[in-house]
Design a protein around this ligand. Structure first.
Ligand code: SAH
Length: 342
């Protein structure tokens, strides 16, 4: 039996008519699914008991539940989501000021094997269904209200996996989260982060993507990036640059460039110059990220190298932020999400 959320709205509508129910029942179901985010037929209290029973004999809800949560000294919370097939992914809630940012996963594991990232060591297990991505939002939103006294204000697709390698499901989850008939979160509060799948970036532009795009560039030297991020063999830097130019031309959106500073590897002035050249064709905001310890050989850049890098970029009038990760004590920071029990 399939999850009721697996079929299209049209199919749910057809089904309701087929079983002799009125049209408006279909709209009520849509509202329960996306606006109220329920995950059982029993909660659909404005439907008759017999309709709920009929639904139950035809459909199921593949349950995503919170298996465990831990809170960091800095209040960041990490959640382990238990999926219907006992696979697991992680999500993170990061409170700061009035904001609560949810970091959500798009795949179980990740096929990219970036050498500095713990998730990559798991390998790829499977794509998340759109409703499994949506469920992470719904479940963490309830936790956010409960623990922080306010709902999620921002979402980053920066958990486990590569969103653009699970394009359709990520896209569908974005629709449910942003649609006024769904959760109604403004797309301007959502960021999708990619390792740089150029074909996916072009598709986002063609699909009239409204959220923000972040690129985990981390290095603008082809040879060195290939060593850190094997995906570079498939999507070269020049191809990436072209896809970002196309994205900017179509969406008029500034692109966020994530750059992980690694000691004596990508933190020289020459590296900063290469980054500057890579970004010339489109407006960007650069987020310099400090390296969070994983089992890799890399080390985080010392403060002098960081400052030299920042000074150079600022001398070129680039917008630069230095990002310190949250939740390191509970392995909830960027690159630390890993589940070995798969
Ligand atoms: N696959 C997508 C989404 C994951 S986002 C992407 O690559 O953008 C997770 C972010 O954390 C990426 O920018 C990733 O490069 C970064 N990251 C991975 N390992 C890290 C580490 N050890 N320290 C800091 N950031 C890391």
């Amino acid at each position: 039996m399939d999850d009721i959320r697996f079929c299209s709205e049209t199919d749910r509508f057809k089904f309701i008519l087929q079983i002799g129910e009125k049209k408006f029942r279909a709209s009520q179901i849509e509202e329960w699914l996306w606006k109220k985010g329920v995950r059982s037929f029993d909660e659909m209290t404005n439907l008759s008991v017999s309709l709920r029973q009929t639904l139950q004999t035809h459909f199921t809800f593949k349950q995503t539940r919170i298996g465990n949560d831990v809170q960091s000294a800095d209040k960041t919370m990490k959640f382990i989501f238990q999926l219907h097939d006992e696979r697991q992914v992680e999500g993170v809630l990061i409170p700061s000021g009035d904001r609560v940012t949810a970091c959500i996963s798009s795949q179980v594991g990740c096929p990219l094997r970036c050498t500095f990232c713990a998730t990559g060591t798991m390998g790829f297990v499977r794509n998340l269904e759109a409703c499994e991505i949506f469920d992470q939002f719904i479940l963490m939103n309830q936790e956010s209200i409960h623990v922080f006294g306010r709902p999620i204000t921002n979402i980053v697709y920066m958990g486990m996996g590569e969103p653009l390698l699970n394009y359709d499901n990520v896209w569908q989850s974005l629709q449910w989260i942003t649609s006024p008939k769904g959760q109604g979160l403004s797309p301007s509060r959502i960021t999708v982060s990619t390792v740089g799948i150029s074909t996916g970036i072009i598709q986002l532009a063609d699909d009239n993507f409204k959220a923000d795009l972040a690129l985990s560039l981390h290095c603008a030297d082809e040879r060195k990036r290939l060593k850190m991020m094997p995906v570079t063999a498939k999507h070269s830097l020049s191809e990436l640059q072209k896809s970002l130019s196309y994205f900017y031309a179509k969406t008029n959106k500034r692109i966020t460039i994530e750059y992980l500073l690694l000691k004596d590897w990508n933190d020289s002035q020459e590296d900063a110059q290469k980054l500057f050249s890579f970004c010339k064709p489109f407006p960007v905001k650069i987020n310099l990220i400090e390296y969070n310890a994983t089992d890799s050989q890399f080390e985080k850049s010392p403060i002098q190298n960081l400052n030299r890098f920042v000074d150079f970029l600022q001398s070129k009038n680039m917008v630069v932020n230095v990002r310190h990760s949250r939740g390191k004590d509970i392995a909830a920071a960027c690159g630390q999400l890993v589940r070995d029990k798969q």
